[in-house]
Design a protein around this ligand. Structure first.
Ligand SMILES: CC(=O)[C@@H](O)[C@H](O)COP(=O)(O)O
Length: 265
């Protein structure tokens, strides 16, 4: 088991990641604290909405708060169609943000659910251009298969609607993706507590992406640390192989025989 754990690094595209926690950069009350929080979570990948990157502005540039030792993954938040997502990806590359891109195409303002069809179109186009593409989707097997065939580097199904902190509401659907899809499954959005991140990892998810739960915590730095520990614990439990679950009854944990009753002694 030790060897299995030691060799347990996640590879995405050309990168070997230092951890299985991805962190988002929205909603922090103080962006200057972000480097410390990202390090407290030992996050390997940090996602930034490109619309928040204003290089011409004399005010704060969000990219200044992203440490250099993490992988930057711009996302296409704000895109309502594949065409808009592709344009944002091109902008990100032109601005020197690297070739990783999280495709987020959302045209539904109420539930903020991803548009799987437009996401697939954008993925197909951007993979052909050489991007490392991580599409954010509603957990649905056929879409995930098509994304895998199109060359997506990972698939990112949501746990619950973005920003809801409601936890792993899509458990059964995500499990199907974990079982059937060969590229890494990264559970993204809606994870509200470290225990829910651990649950995803115990199921065999490759990583999780968390933003709101950390950014809106009473102490974001401590919460990032808690997520880091939970992700590592969940992954270790997955590799250890969880014990059997009894469908009914009980099974004594220690032998019930071998003791003499007082009156028999
Ligand atoms: C930052 C980002 O990419 C979010 O859109 C992401 O999906 C995280 O969602 P939560 O804020 O619910 O963690």
């Amino acid at each position: 088991m030790i060897n299995k754990l030691e060799a347990d690094s996640l590879k995405i595209g050309k990168e070997t990641l230092k951890s299985r926690l991805f962190i988002g950069t929205g909603k922090f009350s103080n962006n200057k604290k972000m480097p410390e929080i990202i390090h407290a979570g030992n996050a390997s990948v940090v996602t930034v909405a490109l619309r928040r990157v204003d290089q011409k502005s004399t005010e704060e540039n969000i990219l200044d708060n992203i440490p250099k030792d993490v992988i930057l993954m711009p996302n296409t938040s704000g895109a309502r169609t594949a065409k808009e997502a592709i344009r944002i990806a091109h902008l990100a590359k032109a601005m020197g943000c690297g070739d990783w891109i999280k495709i987020e195409v959302i045209s539904d303002n109420r539930y903020l659910l991803p548009d799987n069809q437009e996401t697939l179109l954008a993925t197909e186009a951007l993979v052909k251009e050489g991007f490392t593409v991580l599409p954010y989707i509603s957990p649905e097997l056929m879409t995930a298969k098509r994304l895998e065939d199109a060359g997506a580097a990972a698939v990112m199904p949501f746990a619950a609607p973005i920003g809801s902190n409601r936890g792993l509401r899509t458990k059964e659907l995500v499990q199907i993706l974990i079982d059937e899809i060969d590229v890494p499954i990264i559970v993204d959005a809606g994870i509200g507590r470290p225990s829910e991140a651990a649950e995803c990892m115990e199921m065999g998810a490759a990583a999780v992406l968390v933003n709101t739960a950390v950014a809106t915590a009473g102490n974001p730095l401590k919460m990032a640390e808690a997520f880091s520990l939970a992700v590592a614990a969940g992954r270790t439990a997955f590799l250890a192989g969880t014990g059997r679950v009894l469908s009914a009854g009980a099974s004594a944990s220690s032998p019930l025989t071998g003791f003499l009753r007082k009156e028999e002694a």
